[in-house]
Write a protein that binds this ligand. Structure first.
Ligand SMILES: [Zn+2]
Ligand SMILES: [Zn+2]
Length: 97
């Protein structure tokens, strides 16, 4: 079955012209159209997917940032990495509370 691009009329596969409006039926154009549609659909999905990935990546980066800043801190004097609940530097003994 071939559908007319112009009026949507169903025509036989071997029909050259639309039986309803007389439009010249080119089978390649309908195939190209469906390919275009698929490509468009894929493009849209890829865009959505990309946005979702971007969102997740941002959330992930934020969670890493938050977890790293909340679980560790550094001594202002000697830069030793310390637990967030540490009151004194384990390297130089500075009171960091
Ligand atoms: Zn037609
Ligand atoms: Zn220190």
């Amino acid at each position: 079955m071939t559908y007319c691009d112009e009026c949507g009329q169903k025509n036989d596969d071997d029909a050259q012209y639309c039986t309803k409006c007389g439009n010249y039926l080119t089978k390649t154009s309908s195939i190209e159209k469906s390919i275009d549609k698929v490509a468009e659909e894929i493009g849209r999905k890829a865009e959505q997917f990309g946005k979702r990935i971007e969102k997740k990546a941002k959330a992930f980066a934020k969670s890493i940032e938050e977890s790293s800043s909340s679980t560790t801190k550094r001594c202002p004097d000697c830069e030793t990495e310390l637990d967030s609940d540490a009151n004194f530097c384990r390297t130089c003994g500075k009171n960091i509370k």
